[in-house]
Design a protein around this ligand. Structure first.
Ligand code: NIG
Ligand code: FE
Length: 417
C-alpha cells in the first residue's frame, strides 16, 4: 500500500470532517491547523492533526516522509465552471473590444461564440482532445484537481457529441475528477437564427436521447440571456434535460436580468452561474433558502469583459452558498488560473481570503456534485493537494497576485509532472 506522510506543515488549510456546501456566514469559517501532519494512504487522506500529537495518534508511520516546513498545504482548487474544450483563440475580438465594441455587439455581428463554433466544427475529435488535454495539464499544474467542462461550441448533433466524447476521454485518461455538462443551448447556430423552435427541437429530439444513452453528460446548461435563450426557451430545454436525468447548471444574469434565476430555482438547479446583473426580484428569489444550490461567480470573466463584478457580499448576506470558478473559455475568460480567480475574488468582490478559498474548494466541489470526494482535507477524500512554496501566510497567496506560489500539486495521492 503506497503511503506517505507530510510533516511539519506550516499550515494545513480547510480541515473539516462534516462537509456540506457553506452558506452565507459559514463561508468565512476556514478551519486550519498550524504545524501539522498529513497522512496519505493509496490515493486518499488517511489522517491529519498537529505534529505535537503525531506520536500519540499513530504508532506506525509510513516510510515515505516529507518535510513541509514553511509550506502551506491546501485542497486542490475545484473549478466548477469551464469551457476548456475549444479550438482556436479570439484575440481579434479582444482587440475589437479594446477599441470600443461590446461582447453583445460582437455576438450580434455573428462573431463571438460562433467564431469558436466554426473552429470546433473544423477540428477532428483527436485534435480537439489533444489541445484540450494540454489545457488540462496547464490548469492542473496551477492547482486545479477537479473540474467541470461544458460542450456548447459544436451546436450540431455530431459536433456536440464530439465535444462530449472529448470530455469523456479527458475524464478517462486524467487523474483529475471531471464532470461533463451539455450546453447545446449556448447560442443559436447561424442556420437557426430565425428558427429557434427548430433548434430547440434538434436539442430535444436528436441530441439529448443520444447523450443520455451514451451517458455523455452529468448536467445540462443553457445561456439564458437577451439575444441568446429566453426564459421560456431556457425552461423548455432544461425540463427536457431533467427528463433525461440531467440536473441544471445555468448561465444567467451575465449581461441582463431576464428571469434565469427564477427558472433555475424553480427547476432546482445545482448552480446558478455568473450573476453580474441582479434585480431586486432576483435578490428576493436568491434569499429563498429552500433552494440548496450554489451561486457560482466568475470574476475573471467579468474582469475580461469590463463588466461590473457580481455583488458577492450581497449574496453572502442573503445566505447564499457562493462558489468561485474560472469560466475558462476563449471569449470571456481565456485563463483557467484559479489562483488568479481567488485573488480577484478578494480584490474585486471583497471576499476575505478565507471566503475565497472556501468558495474555490469546498463550495466549488459541491457546485459540480463532487463534494463527497473533493474540496477539503477530510479523512477518506481524495488526496488532492496544493503544496505551496515557503510563504508567510494563507492571505499571501491572493495578495501577491500573478506570481506562482505553488511548489507541487498532488492528485489522488500522486505528484503531478
Ligand atoms: O460563460 N456567456 C456564455 N458563455 C461563456 C462565453 C463563451 C464565449 O464567449 O465563447 C461565458 O462567459
Ligand atoms: Fe461560462
Amino acid at each position: 500500500m503506497a503511503s506517505r506522510i507530510l510533516k511539519h506543515i506550516k499550515q494545513l488549510v480547510n480541515t473539516r470532517e462534516d462537509t456540506g456546501p457553506l452558506y452565507g456566514g459559514a463561508l468565512s469559517q476556514l478551519p486550519r491547523i498550524d504545524d501539522a501532519y498529513l497522512i496519505i494512504e493509496d490515493n486518499e487522506i488517511a489522517g491529519y492533526g498537529k505534529m505535537s500529537s503525531l506520536d500519540k495518534d499513530h504508532v506506525q508511520l509510513p516510510a515515505a516522509q516529507e518535510d513541509c516546513r514553511g509550506k502551506l498545504v491546501l485542497p486542490c482548487w475545484c473549478d466548477s465552471h469551464t469551457h476548456l474544450v475549444f479550438a482556436g483563440s479570439r484575440e481579434n475580438e479582444f482587440v475589437d473590444r479594446i477599441s470600443g465594441l461590446s461582447y453583445a455587439e460582437i455576438h450580434a455581428r455573428g462573431g463571438g461564440i460562433l467564431n469558436t463554433v466554426r473552429k470546433v466544427n473544423e477540428t477532428s475529435e483527436d485534435e480537439l482532445f489533444q489541445i484540450s488535454w494540454n489545457r488540462l495539464q496547464e490548469v492542473a499544474a496551477l492547482g486545479t484537481g477537479a473540474i467541470e467542462i461544458k460542450s456548447g461550441y459544436g451546436l450540431t448533433v455530431d459536433d456536440e457529441l464530439k465535444m462530449l466524447r472529448v470530455i469523456r476521454k479527458l475524464a478517462q485518461r486524467s487523474s483529475l475528477s471531471i464532470r461533463s455538462t451539455f450546453l447545446g443551448a449556448h447560442t443559436y447556430p447561424a442556420a437557426y437564427r430565425e428558427n429557434h423552435k427548430a433548434y430547440i427541437e434538434l436539442i430535444i429530439r436528436d441530441m439529448l436521447p443520444v447523450i443520455a444513452k451514451e451517458k455523455l453528460a452529468d448536467y445540462i446548461d443553457v445561456f439564458c440571456e437577451k439575444g441568446f435563450f429566453s426564459q421560456q426557451e431556457t425552461e423548455t430545454i432544461l425540463r427536457a434535460g431533467i427528463g433525461y436525468g440531467l440536473k441544471p447548471k445555468l448561465h444567467c444574469n451575465q449581461l441582463n436580468s431576464i428571469g434565469g434565476i427564477e427558472t433555475g430555482i424553480k427547476l432546482d438547479a445545482l448552480s446558478l452561474d455568473h450573476l453580474e446583473a441582479i434585480s431586486e426580484e432576483d435578490s428576493r428569489q436568491l434569499r429563498n433558502r429552500n433552494w440548496k444550490g450554489l451561486c457560482t461567480l466568475l470574476p475573471t470573466s467579468a474582469f475580461f469583459l469590463g463588466m461590473p463584478m457580481p455583488n458577492a457580499r450581497k449574496l453572502i448576506d442573503a445566505g447564499c452558498a457562493v462558489a468561485l470558478a474560472s469560466d475558462y473559455n476563449p471569449g470571456s475568460s481565456p485563463s483557467g488560473n484559479m489562483n488568479l480567480v481567488v485573488s480577484m475574488g478578494c480584490l474585486q468582490m471583497n471576499l476575505s481570503p478565507e471566503e475565497a478559498v472556501n468558495a474555490a474548494t469546498i463550495n466549488g466541489a459541491f457546485a459540480m456534485g463532487l463534494g463527497e470526494t473533493c474540496g477539503s482535507i477530510s479523512i477518506g477524500k481524495q488526496a488532492n493537494l496544493i503544496i505551496s512554496l515557503p510563504i508567510p501566510s494563507l492571505a499571501f497567496m491572493p495578495y501577491a497576485f500573478g506570481a506562482n506560489h505553488i511548489d507541487k500539486v498532488m492528485v489522488r495521492g500522486e505528484y503531478l509532472g
